[in-house]
Design a protein around this ligand. Structure first.
Ligand SMILES: O=C(O)c1cc(=O)[nH]c(=O)n1[C@@H]1O[C@H](COP(=O)(O)O)[C@@H](O)[C@H]1O
Length: 275
């Protein structure tokens, strides 16, 4: 599905849906009951430019807007069925509870993939893999400065003493990837680490947030993460995600057109780096 949207929309861009009513345009401002309307307008304005949409669940749950998230995913499935939905939930819990989170992501919301924290180990990831055809994208080298605190520590007990994120990349490319459903999150703010993850996980889809508001380098991100074969077919996919820079490109009534223009600019920058 990823490859299909990438090719059809000629895009490596994921539009992040992080709706904050305080930042909505004047006609919707502060009104959490309009989260669906705001997001649906962004989806409609960018559906032909995106390779994925990534709703962040906290922005909905914080406003008791889960039902609006259900409607939003249904809207994407209806109007842009070729564009996958990545539910950004960063779940991580023991297997029995993870099973419930998997039901939430894939059955309640109908997402195509979900982000997970791998901190609790493989049995916390396994329940998601029972949903064949659905993706589980593990936090590996995150975009935030505090990512260093754990992800950049060395594992003295593992051969070659890799950093934690390097060890995870190997596990995800290898023994954990039972049915080819895993991907990794790597921040656009750390292009060198994207390159390292790509070395260790040559074929996994990399979800790369951090361009736009967090200042990540879009071109360096693509050069470090995207891999293609001699015929130009993508062998190591990237999904480069931007939320606030697109959603709040304008706070006026032209917000959807401004979001489209920003998405187009970002998509073009990402494509220019493919060569
Ligand atoms: O899993 C994520 O999507 C994620 C991982 C990460 O390392 N850094 C990161 O910023 N994110 C998410 O990506 C989005 C970034 O938003 P912007 O900075 O506005 O583009 C937010 O929803 C974050 O929760």
């Amino acid at each position: 599905m990823l490859q299909c949207a990438e090719a059809r929309n000629h895009s490596l861009l994921c539009v992040g849906l992080d709706p904050d009513p305080a930042r909505f345009p004047a006609q919707l401002k502060g009104d959490a009951s309009r989260i669906y309307d705001f997001c649906a307008a962004i989806v409609d304005a960018t559906a032909d430019l995106a390779m994925a949409f990534k709703p962040q669940i906290a922005y909905f749950a914080a406003h008791r807007a889960e039902e609006q998230l259900e409607r939003l995913v249904a809207h994407i499935k209806r109007t842009a069925p070729h564009v996958p939905v990545i539910l950004d939930a960063k779940r991580g819990d023991i297997g029995s509870t993870a099973g419930q989170y998997a039901i939430e992501a894939f059955e309640r919301y109908g997402a195509d993939a979900v982000t997970l924290s791998p901190f609790m180990g493989f049995d916390s990831v396994q329940p998601y893999l029972k949903y064949h055809g659905k993706g589980a994208i593990l936090l590996c080298r995150t975009s935030n400065p505090g990512g260093d605190d754990l992800q950049n520590q060395r594992l003295a007990s593992v051969d070659g003493q890799p950093l934690v994120y390097e060890h995870l990349a190997r596990l995800a490319q290898g023994p954990w990837n039972e049915n080819g459903q895993l991907g990794l999150v790597v921040g656009a703010t750390y292009p060198k680490e994207i390159e390292r993850v790509r070395e260790l996980a040559p074929t996994l889809p990399l979800l790369i947030p951090g361009v736009g508001a967090q200042g990540g380098d879009a071109e360096a991100t693509v050069r470090a993460g995207l891999r293609t074969d001699a015929s130009g077919t993508v062998t190591g996919p990237v999904i480069v995600s931007s939320s606030r820079a697109i959603l709040y490109a304008s706070q006026g009534s032209d917000f959807a057109q401004a979001a489209r223009a920003e998405a187009q600019r970002t998509r073009d920058t990402l494509n220019a780096a493919r060569a």
